[in-house]
Design a protein around this ligand. Structure first.
Ligand SMILES: [Zn+2]
Length: 413
């Protein structure tokens, strides 16, 4: 199975897939604006649009504007032409969202392992079979046929080697190390199933929706029991050479580790300042704390020892992020994950980050909480799956196949 993502493959400018991409982003929604945007003859662009209509991916609706003259029909992606799934695999929960091709949610379920456990310990193939059954049940409940399943993205809290899609040292299920989860779906479907680091998906979901996507430069940090990071550079997810880009959490910091980490860096940020590390330190000091929600509650109640720990951890995270901001000069640093709901932690991150970064960097920098803290990861999964399924190169291939089928029918008629 080829794990290379279609969205990274160059395609012919002005191809059928290119036309669909322009319709999707909504800049060019009539045949004439498309022709102008692409710089091809209207008749050529018309053939591309016809191919998309025949594939069932685009339909024409209403009239665009009303400046007199001939009414230009507006072209729209037909969301009903299929659906995708996004899954967020947490340490002890499984969330699945089904979305139509236009990004509208068809189904949304979130199960903790106490109510409906995914059989992780039985091996990855058993878990994938279970996930596939869940997709089928949800599609059925949403009135969709699995024949319309186009692809999926699975977010996991672990580094993902790129482009192989193999999971690297997953703390949520150590036995899944080096497993290419996506390729295990091949026994159920030919459609692409991508596996991605959860913080990378948060970064995708937080991409700017007010300025052109290609100008979006941001660092997303997932603050939970552990710490993860993702980078959007020039509007695209930056994975680095092998998929490790954004792993800010394994930077050595001043302070001593309270929990173990598989990274091998002594006193890495995650082992010193993550939610798990703060919990471990407070427990060692005799506090009755078991989870990040305990931490949030006690922080909100103003428990002095807890607030002090949160402030110190925030300052360390802020210092690491300041170095990254100086180097990368992002527009935004977005904080997500359960611990991003802690005001003392977030305040300490913000003040240390601004204090320690260059004025030139700070002037343009917005440090903010996720717009959709509970949904960012799963929405990023939908974005990744749709970008893959509707990638110009994939659509061009579909159009070629449809054309050759037509040719065969013509010849055999
Ligand atoms: Zn580490």
């Amino acid at each position: 199975m080829n794990h290379r993502h279609y969205q990274d493959v160059d395609h012919v400018h002005g191809s059928v897939g290119d036309v669909l991409r322009l319709i999707r982003v909504g800049d060019s929604t009539s045949r004439s604006t498309l022709a102008r945007a692409i710089g091809l003859a209207p008749s050529t662009v018309g053939l591309r649009v016809d191919a998309l209509v025949e594939l069932g991916l685009v339909h024409e609706v209403g009239a665009e504007g009303s400046r007199g003259g001939r009414r230009a029909r507006r072209l729209e992606l037909d969301g009903d032409a299929g659906f995708v799934a996004a899954t967020d695999l947490g340490a002890n929960h499984t969330r699945i969202v089904l979305s139509d091709l236009a990004g509208r949610t068809l189904a949304d379920t979130d199960h903790t392992d106490t109510s409906d456990p995914l059989p992780r310990a039985d091996g990855p193939a058993a878990a994938v079979a279970d996930l596939w059954r869940r997709f089928e049940r949800l599609a059925d409940a949403a009135g969709r046929s699995m024949a319309d399943f186009r692809g999926a993205a699975i977010g996991v809290p672990a580094p993902i080697a790129y482009p192989s899609g193999r999971i690297v040292t997953p703390s949520f299920e150590p036995s899944w190390h080096d497993v290419a989860l996506g390729s295990l779906f091949a026994q159920h479907t030919d459609a692409p199933v991508l596996v991605e680091n959860d913080a990378n998906l948060i970064a995708l979901a937080e991409r700017s929706d007010t300025e052109p996507a290609e100008r979006s430069n941001l660092v997303a940090v997932k603050l939970g029991t552990r710490i993860g990071g993702g980078v959007i550079a020039g509007g695209r997810l930056h994975r680095g050479v092998g998929g490790a880009a954004g792993e800010v959490s394994h930077t050595a910091v001043e302070g001593s580790a309270a929990i173990g980490c598989t990274c091998g860096v002594p006193n890495c940020l995650e082992s010193v300042a993550s939610g798990g590390a703060i919990i471990a330190r407070l427990r060692a000091a005799g506090h009755d704390i078991a989870s990040t929600s305990d931490l949030l509650r006690l922080g909100a109640q103003g428990d002095a020892a807890v607030v002090e720990e949160l402030r110190e951890a925030g300052a360390m995270i802020g210092r690491v992020l300041a170095g990254i901001a100086n180097f990368f000069n992002p527009r935004e640093v977005v904080l997500a994950g359960a611990m991003s709901a802690s005001p003392p932690l977030v305040a300490a991150i913000r003040s240390e980050l601004y204090r320690m970064c260059l004025p030139l960097v700070a002037d343009d920098l917005d440090v903010r909480a996720s717009r959709v803290p509970r949904d960012a990861g799963i929405r990023g999964g939908i974005v990744l799956a749709l970008d893959e399924v509707l990638a110009p190169a994939r659509i061009d291939e579909l159009a070629r196949q449809a054309t050759s089928v037509d040719d065969l029918q013509v010849r055999s008629a």
